[in-house]
Write a protein that binds this ligand. Structure first.
Ligand SMILES: Nc1nc2c(c(=O)[nH]1)N[C@H]1C(S)=C(S)[C@@H](COP(=O)(O)OP(=O)(O)OC[C@H]3O[C@@H](n4cnc5c(=O)[nH]c(N)nc54)[C@H](O)[C@@H]3O)O[C@H]1N2
Ligand SMILES: Nc1nc2c(c(=O)[nH]1)N[C@H]1C(S)=C(S)[C@@H](COP(=O)(O)OP(=O)(O)OC[C@H]3O[C@@H](n4cnc5c(=O)[nH]c(N)nc54)[C@H](O)[C@@H]3O)O[C@H]1N2
Ligand code: SF4
Ligand SMILES: [Mo]
Length: 729
C-alpha cells in the first residue's frame, strides 16, 4: 500500500501505526521512529523531524540536516502537536443543508461528497465551459499540484493569495529585474546593514531568517527599522524611525536623491547593468531630505547621517523589498525604490546583499519534473486579465480581488464554481461582506481545509484534508543561493475520515472522465515521477528530508554572469512593461490625506504565536494570545477621553466592532493597530469564536481598492473612527 492513499474505510489512528509503509525503523530504543517532513503551521514549510511513538507524534523539532534550521522551531511549529489532537476541526466531508453560512451540515461519505462536487462541476462546465471554474490556494511550494488540477480541467483561472500579501513587492521586483520576489534572496547572515520597511522579521517570522538576522546583529551588523509601530524587530534594531504611515516612498525618494547628489552609488555596476538613470534622476528632482521630513517626520539630518553610514557599509547591505509591505496605494513604489537602492549600492550578487535565487538548471542539474508539464496548454484568457489586459500583472498568481469582481458582475465571463484550497479569503481578503456578495453568485463553493475556516463555514461542501503530519505532499524545490529539494513525508495515520489533496483532485477528475490527466497511483508514484532524472533518489531524500543541490551558496560572476529577463536585459529604472501598461515607473509621491480629530489609519500585522486566522482555535496558541486589544497613542487617547483598558467602538461606515484599548506610545499618533486573524465567527471553533476583533471586517469598501501598479489590496488606506463606550457590568 502506498503511504497515504487511504482506501475506503481508512480507520482512525492505529495505535501501532502498523499500516504505514513510510515508517523508517531504528529511532529510539523504545520503538519510536523519526520521520523527516516539512512543517505545515505556516506557509514557510520549514524542514522538521517528527518523533513518532505508538502511532502518535510525541516531539517535533527542526531538521538538523538543514544546517541553518538546526533543531529550532517557532511556537506555531511546536503547536503542530495540539493541531493533531484538536477535535474541533472537520472530521468528515460535509454538505450544506441550510442557507449559506448558517452552519447546518449533513456529514457524508467521500463518495457522496465527490459525486456531488463532480456533478456540479460538470453542470457548470457544460453550461459555461471549463473557464467558469476558479481555484485559489496559498501558493508557494506545492502549487504545482493545484495548477495541474486546473490544467487538467482546462481552466486558466488559478489564483494564489498574493494580491493580499506580497503582490506589490513581487511586481516591483519584476518591473526592475524581470525576476519575481522569489527570484531574489537576502544574504542576511553576512550583511553589514539591513534596512527594513515594516518587515517585522523577528515576529512575522521564518525560523531560518530570524536565526540569520540575530546572528548578523551578534557579529556587529546594523539594522535600520522603519515602522509607525514599535514592533519586536524595532526593539532589536540599531536605528528606529517611527515614520508617518504611508510615507515611506517620500523617504526613499530622498535617500536616492542624496545618493545621486553625493555620487555614492556603484558606478561600475550601474554602468554595466542599469538603464534609465536619467529617468531616476528626474524622478527624485527636488526630493531633498528637508522635503521628506515634512511628510515622514524623519529629521533631515538623521537621513543624511544614515546615507553616509550605509554607503560606507556598501556593497554588503540590504534594503529589504518588503513582504506584506505596508499596504497603501503607493507601496509598490516603496518596494521598487528599496530594490533600486540595492542596485545603487552595488548590493546585487554579493555576500551580505541581495543574491539571485538559483534553480537546479543554474547549477547544470535537472530540476524536478513539473506536474503541469505534459498537460494541454490552456489558451483561454484569465478572468482577471493578468498577463494580457494587465500586461504588468503576473498571470502565474493573478489578482484575487479581480476574481471576486468578475464573480459578482459576471464579466468578462461568468465564474460559477470556485474551490478555496488551503486558503481562507473571508479572513484574508478585505471586507468579508463584499467577498460574500461575490460568493453568493456561485453555483458551487468548495473548501478544502484542515480547519473550519471562515470560508469553509460559508461553503456548500467542506472536503477535509488530512493534516500535514498525516499526509505526504509533492516534493518541493527550495530556491535560493543554495537550492534544495525537500519532502513532506507522512508521519501519522489520519485520525479522522480525511484525505490528502492529491487524492481529492484525482478522484474529482476521475468522476469527470478526466482521470487520464492525473493517473498517479499514490504519492510515491508522484514522488518518483518528480525525481526521475534528477540524480536524487527517493530513499536519500526521505532519509535526509532536505537534499541541497550545491555544496555552498553559489554567486554568479557580476561582470558577465548575471541575467535579467526584462525586455532590455538590463535593470530597468524605467520599466518597458510598466510603460506598456500606461503606468509610471516612479510616480510622483502622493501625500496621505490629513485625518480629522477622531479618525485613525487602521494598521495591522502578525503576532509571533499565530498564523493569520488559522491557528486562532489551536488550544496552545489560543492560550498564549487569545485576543487583540487595539493600540492607541496616549496623546490621541487623552484627547478622546480614553484610558488604558477602556472599552471602545471602532467603526467605519456602517460597520462597528467593540474591543478594549491598549494605550501606548509604541504606535504613531495617526494610527491604531490590531493584530490580524482574530474575531472568528465559526461556532464550531469554541475557543476562538467571538474572541478579539477582525481588522478585515473594518476594511469595508476596500475589496476593490488596490495599488494599480502592483495589484496589492490597499488595506492600510482604511480610515476608522474610535470612541469610548460604556459596557454594562
Ligand atoms: N486584514 C488583513 N488581511 C490580510 C492580512 C492582514 O494582516 N490583515 N494578511 C494577508 C497575508 S500576508 C496573507 S499571506 C493572507 C493569508 O490568507 P490565507 O492564505 O487565507 O491564510 P492562511 O492562514 O495561510 O491559511 C489559509 C487556510 O489554509 C488552511 N490550512 C492550513 N493548513 C492546511 C492544510 O494542510 N491543508 C489544507 N487544505 N488547508 C490548510 C487554514 O486552516 C486556513 O483556513 O491574508 C492576507 N490578508
Ligand atoms: N508569526 C507569524 N509569522 C508570519 C506569518 C504569520 O501569520 N505569523 N505570516 C507570514 C506571511 S504570509 C507574511 S506576508 C509575512 C509578513 O511579514 P511583514 O511584511 O513583516 O508583515 P506584518 O506582520 O504585516 O507587519 C507589518 C508591519 O508594517 C507596519 N506598517 C504599517 N504601515 C506602515 C507604513 O506605512 N510604513 C512602514 N514602514 N510600516 C508600516 C505595521 O505597523 C506592522 O508592524 O509574515 C510571515 N510570517
Ligand atoms: S516558521 Fe514556524 S510555523 Fe512556519 S514553517 Fe517554520 S516552524 Fe513552522
Ligand atoms: Mo503573506
Amino acid at each position: 500500500m502506498t503511504v497515504d492513499s487511504p482506501g475506503p474505510g481508512t480507520s482512525p489512528r492505529s495505535p501501532t501505526g502498523a499500516h504505514m509503509s513510510s515508517a523508517r525503523e531504528g529511532g529510539g530504543a523504545d520503538g519510536s521512529r523519526i520521520v523527516n517532513s516539512l512543517c505545515g503551521m505556516c506557509a514557510t514549510h520549514c524542514p522538521i523531524q517528527v518523533e513518532v511513538r505508538e502511532g502518535r507524534a510525541v516531539w517535533l523539532q527542526g531538521n538538523p540536516n538543514d544546517r541553518t534550521m538546526g533543531t529550532s522551531l517557532c511556537a506555531r511549529g511546536a503547536a503542530g502537536l495540539t493541531l493533531e489532537d484538536d477535535d474541533e476541526r472537520p472530521r468528515q466531508p460535509m454538505i450544506r443543508v441550510g442557507a449559506r453560512g448558517a452552519g447546518q451540515w449533513r456529514p457524508v461519505g467521500w463518495d457522496e461528497a465527490l459525486d456531488y462536487v463532480a456533478g456540479k462541476l460538470a453542470e457548470a462546465i457544460g453550461r459555461h465551459g471549463s473557464r467558469t471554474v476558479a481555484l485559489s490556494d496559498r501558493g508557494g511550494h506545492f502549487a504545482d499540484l493545484t495548477r495541474r488540477f486546473l490544467r487538467a480541467l482546462g481552466s486558466p483561472n488559478y489564483f494564489d493569495h498574493d494580491s493580499s500579501c506580497a503582490s506589490n513587492a513581487h511586481h516591483a521586483a519584476r518591473s526592475l529585474f524581470g525576476l519575481g520576489r522569489a527570484g531574489l534572496s537576502y544574504d542576511i547572515k553576512e550583511t553589514r546593514h539591513i534596512v527594513l520597511y515594516g518587515r517585522n522579521l523577528v515576529e512575522s517570522l521564518m525560523v531560518k531568517e530570524v536565526k540569520d538576522f540575530i546572528g548578523a546583529l551578534g557579529k556587529g551588523a546594523r539594522c535600520t527599522y522603519i515602522d509607525p509601530r514599535v514592533s519586536l524587530t524595532a526593539c532589536k534594531a540599531t536605528r528606529y524611525w517611527q515614520i508617518r504611515p504611508a510615507t515611506d516612498y517620500a523617504l526613499n525618494l530622498a535617500i536616492i536623491h542624496e545618493v545621486l547628489a553625493d555620487g555614492l552609488y556603484d558606478r561600475k555596476f550601474v554602468a554595466r547593468w542599469v538603464s534609465g538613470m536619467d529617468y531616476l534622476a528626474e524622478a527624485v528632482r527636488g526630493c531633498t531630505p528637508e522635503w521628506q521630513e515634512a511628510h515622514t517626520g524623519i529629521p533631515a539630518a538623521e537621513l543624511r547621517a544614515f546615507v553616509r553610514e550605509i554607503a560606507e557599509d556598501a556593497p554588503n547591505v540590504i534594503f529589504h523589498g518588503g513582504w506584506m509591505t505596508a499596504r497603501h496605494r503607493q507601496s509598490f513604489y516603496v518596494s521598487r525604490t528599496a530594490y533600486i537602492l540595492n542596485v545603487l549600492m552595488g548590493a546585487i550578487e554579493v555576500p551580505g546583499g541581495v543574491v539571485l535565487a538559483k534553480g537546479p538548471a543554474d547549477l547544470g542539474r535537472k530540476g524536478l519534473n513539473r506536474l503541469t508539464a505534459g498537460m494541454p496548454e490552456v489558451r483561454e484568457e484569465r478572468v482577471d486579465g493578468a498577463g494580457r489586459r494587465l500586461p504588468h500583472i503576473d498571470p502565474a498568481a493573478g489578482l484575487l480581488h479581480r476574481l471576486f469582481a468578475a464573480m459578482e458582475c459576471g464579466a468578462p465571463y461568468p465564474i460559477t464554481a470556485y474551490v478555496a484550497y488551503r486558503h481562507d479569503p473571508l479572513t484574508g481578503a478585505p471586507d468579508p461582506e463584499a467577498v460574500k456578495r461575490a460568493l453568493d453568485r456561485l453555483d458551487l463553493l468548495v473548501a478544502i481545509d484542515v480547519n473550519y475556516s471562515e470560508t469553509a463555514w460559508y461553503s456548500d461542501v467542506i472536503l477535509p484534508e488530512t493534516t500535514y503530519l498525516e499526509r505526504g505532499g509533492i516534493i518541493a524545490t527550495l530556491p535560493g543561493p543554495k537550492p534544495a529539494f525537500a519532502i513532506r513525508d507522512q508521519a501519522l495515520a489520519p485520525r479522522f475520515d480525511t484525505r490528502p489533496a492529491w487524492w481529492i483532485f484525482r478522484e474529482v477528475l476521475r468522476r469527470l472522465g478526466l482521470g487520464g490527466r492525473f493517473d498517479f497511483d499514490g504519492i510515491e508514484d508522484i514522488w518518483r515521477h518528480q525525481l526521475e532524472g534528477t540524480g536524487v533518489t527517493l530513499d536519500d531524500l526521505r532519509a535526509k528530508g532536505v537534499v541541497p543541490l550545491a555544496e555552498r551558496p553559489v554567486l554568479f560572476d557580476r561582470e558577465d554572469g548575471l541575467r535579467f529577463p526584462t525586455p532590455s536585459g538590463t535593470i530597468e529604472m524605467r520599466s518597458a512593461v510598466l510603460d506598456k501598461a500606461g503606468l509610471p515607473s516612479l510616480a510622483p509621491f502622493a501625500a496621505p490625506a490629513e485625518l480629522d480629530e477622531g479618525e485613525f489609519r487602521l494598521l495591522f500585522g502578525r503576532t509571533a504565536v499565530h498564523t493569520h486566522g488559522q491557528t486562532m482555535n489551536n488550544p496552545l496558541l489560543h492560550d498564549m494570545r487569545p485576543d487583540n486589544p487595539v493600540w492607541m497613542h496616549p496623546d490621541r487617547a487623552a484627547a478622546l477621553g480614553i484610558a488604558d483598558g477602556d472599552a471602545v467602538e471602532i467603526s467605519r461606515g456602517g460597520t462597528a466592532v467593540v474591543t478594549t484599548v491598549e494605550v501606548t506610545p509604541l504606535i504613531h499618533p495617526e494610527a491604531v493597530f490590531l493584530f490580524h486573524g482574530y474575531g472568528r465567527t465559526v461556532p464550531a471553533q469554541t475557543r476562538a469564536c467571538g474572541r478579539g476583533v477582525a481588522d478585515q471586517r473594518l476594511q469595508t469598501g476596500m475589496l476593490h481598492t488596490f495599488d494599480p501598479a502592483g495589484g496589492g489590496s490597499a488595506m492600510t488606506e482604511t480610515i476608522v473612527r474610535v470612541r469610548r463606550i460604556e459596557v454594562p457590568e
